[in-house]
Design a binder for this molecule. Structure first.
Ligand code: F6R
Length: 628
């Protein structure tokens, strides 16, 4: 996830572009750059790090002109460096890009075989060269060259292009990554998101997938990538700048919860090979030879990442049949664990900076283990300290409580388990196809679950005055129960505990009475009957059941109905006539955790918001924990 912005008009564009990028910094901030028509052609200035570094670079090398594009980057291919920062240049063409080009390896090879020398590790530079080639092959209009180049590209992109041969225009195009156009008086804008242009215009046009536009100071000409002209009226936006930054959502956390389908799509993009029922090895960070040789998988992580790692452990055992274990980062440091050379240590960390996980990685490396980082930040400390990296593509997460990074980690770890299972022959084609097909359908199913937000809010309202909550789940729903409890305590400050449902009778059952809400994650999976029995045990002790189950499960619904007439308990919990049941669509067992966690995230969110806590920055917590 990166931010792009473009301006064409009569004003000096560099300050407008930099200000626009500042409003998009939430989309990424590892490097930034501008390309501006200065009268001497297109000139670029780029800098690694935050935008203040670009400001400083522009003071040294000012860019003056009225047509330009800018970019703030969140690395997906290639570490954050000046060479990898956008814009990327080929011939007279400069390009900024947000998205992931799936066939970049092949395109790179093709360009190199034609003698092109690429300067960066990015997928974007390839697009710049394809456009430049098309121009040199006689596509005289920039828009025609862009159209020809995009004909070779597969994947997600929002691009903005300028060329020294077309000083008064910007060409933009979009497929699966956001792009809005801003319509002004003798000036026009393009950007990844509305906040970047809101200071200049409130009249916007949303570009759709498969469309491109040519922007000049006085015109915006939209067409499909095939060349059919499109007329689209602009819309007037009345959001405040703050609302716009949160995409109209009240909090970043809620926005990020709703971004999960897109985060999963981006994490799967270019990695799932459905026709061959496999996962693309080059993207996993682990060689086929190593995947075959590993004798144990040792997961290390903290907090939410430890919950996804726990699911990863279950999947590696089930699908690749490799003995696996999970250790909390801080405990790896405390104990003196024994790693052996054929251990694969998988370090899961959204930030890639967590000190306890980093220390575990260093200890494992020193002991001769091979380490694979699963992280959301390219070239982060944990990625650098590891032998390979499997990147999640969730984009920056601003809410302190992790949501989209968690589900992206689940998707990445499930792909890892499938990859290893295929290499070791424990997962046959049919089995792999079944799971990958289910995973591919998850984003659409997530959208269905997220559309049930109002029902979940109604449940949250009922339990607002509760002081404690239990969360139960079995198998891969156990980490989901742990995650649901963690989310609730982090942001609402309500005490919550997650337990393996089978563990309830070994202690926690003593807590259950009419004042104890118990959230049970009970989709139809191979643990269903046992978890259902646990729900009956809760009900028998008058606990308040809240269930996450599969659509159409009338048994769970009937069980959650309260026999008693609505009443108040000592803590003001209403036992209601309507059962507290949230459903997920039918899905393969393996992908259910990606769906069942969504209602729990929303439950925590609404309980916190209704209580009025600081949802995005809960007390005492930090996004990146770099202390012991
Ligand atoms: C909870 C949360 C934390 C982190 C933990 C590890 O919502 O975000 O529990 O998961 O601090 O952080 P990373 O994943 O960056 O290593």
């Amino acid at each position: 996830m990166c931010g792009i912005v473009g301006y064409v008009g009569q004003k000096d564009c560099a300050p407008i572009l930099v200000e626009g990028l500042r409003r998009l910094e939430y989309r990424g901030y590892d490097s930034a750059g501008l390309a501006v028509h200065t009268g001497r052609g297109v000139e670029i200035v780029r800098a690694v790090g935050k935008l203040s570094n670009l400001d400083a670079a522009l003071k040294k090398n000012p860019l003056s002109g009225t047509t330009g594009i800018g970019h703030t980057r969140w690395a997906t291919h290639g570490r954050p460096s000046e060479a990898n920062a956008h814009p990327h240049v080929a011939g007279h063409v400069a390009v900024v890009h947000n998205g992931i080009i799936e066939n970049h390896v092949q395109l790179r090879r093709d360009l190199e075989s034609r003698g092109v020398k690429l300067q960066s590790d990015t997928d974007t530079e390839i697009v710049a060269h394809l456009i430049d080639e098309a121009m040199r092959q006689g596509r005289t209009r920039l828009s025609e060259a862009v159209r020809t180049a995009l004909g070779h590209v597969r994947g997600a992109y929002a691009i903005a292009v300028v060329s020294g041969d077309a000083p008064d225009e910007i060409v933009v195009a979009k497929q699966d990554s956001p792009l809005v156009l801003g319509i002004g008086e003798n000036e026009n804008f393009a950007a990844s998101d509305i906040p970047a242009i809101l200071a200049h215009t409130r009249d916007i046009i949303l570009l759709h997938d498969g469309e491109m536009a040519v922007l000049t100071a006085s015109h915006v000409e939209i067409s499909t990538l095939e060349g059919t002209r499109i007329t689209r009226e602009h819309k007037r936006i009345d959001w405040s700048p703050m609302q716009a930054e949160k995409g109209g959502y009240k909090h970043f956390m809620l926005k990020e919860i709703h971004e999960q389908p897109r985060a999963i799509e981006d994490t799967l993009r270019g990695r799932v090979d459905l026709p061959n029922a496999d996962v693309v090895g080059a993207e996993i960070g682990l060689s086929a030879e190593l995947a075959q040789r590993v004798s144990r998988v040792y997961f290390v992580a903290c907090g939410t990442s430890a919950h996804s790692a726990m699911a990863g452990r279950y999947w590696v055992e089930q699908l690749a049949r490799i003995p696996s274990t999970l250790e909390i980062g801080s405990e790896v440091r405390t104990r003196d664990p024994v790693f052996v050379p054929n251990d694969l240590v998988v370090a899961v960390s959204q930030s890639g900076e967590t000190l306890d996980t980093l220390a575990a990685v260093k200890a494992a490396k020193a002991a001769g283990a091979h380490v694979l980082a699963v992280t959301n930040v390219v070239d982060s400390a944990i990625a650098r300290a590891s032998d390979g990296a499997l990147y999640t593509h969730a984009g920056p997460e601003i809410g302190v409580a992790s949501t989209k990074c968690f589900t992206s980690q689940l998707a990445a770890l499930l792909m890892l388990a499938i990859y290893m299972g295929r290499r070791r022959g424990t997962l046959d084609t049919d089995g792999a196809h079944r799971v990958l097909d289910a995973l591919w359908r998850v984003p659409a199913q997530m959208r269905e679950v997220l559309a049930r937000g109002e029902d979940i809010k109604a449940i949250a309202k009922k339990y607002l005055r509760t002081r404690d909550m239990l969360f139960l789940g079995r198998g891969t729903e156990f980490p989901v129960a742990l995650e649901g409890a963690l989310k609730l305590k982090e942001i609402s400050y309500i005490h919550a505990e997650g337990y393996a449902a089978g563990e309830m009778k070994h202690g926690p059952i003593a807590l259950i009475d009419e004042d104890m809400p118990v959230v049970v994650v009970c989709p139809r999976d191979n643990q269903y009957d046992k978890t259902f029995s646990n729900m009956e045990e809760v009900k028998a002790r008058e606990g308040q059941l809240i269930a996450v189950c599969t659509e159409g499960d009338e048994d769970v619904r009937a069980l959650c109905f309260s026999d008693a007439a609505p009443r108040s308990s000592t803590r003001g919990i209403l036992s209601a006539a309507e059962p507290d049941v949230i459903t997920i669509p039918e899905a393969a067992n393996e992908v259910q955790p990606l769906l069942t966690v969504l209602p729990l995230q929303l439950l925590a969110y609404y309980m916190a918001d209704l209580k009025g806590t600081d949802v995005d920055q809960p007390r005492n917590l930090a996004k990146t924990v770099t202390v012991e």
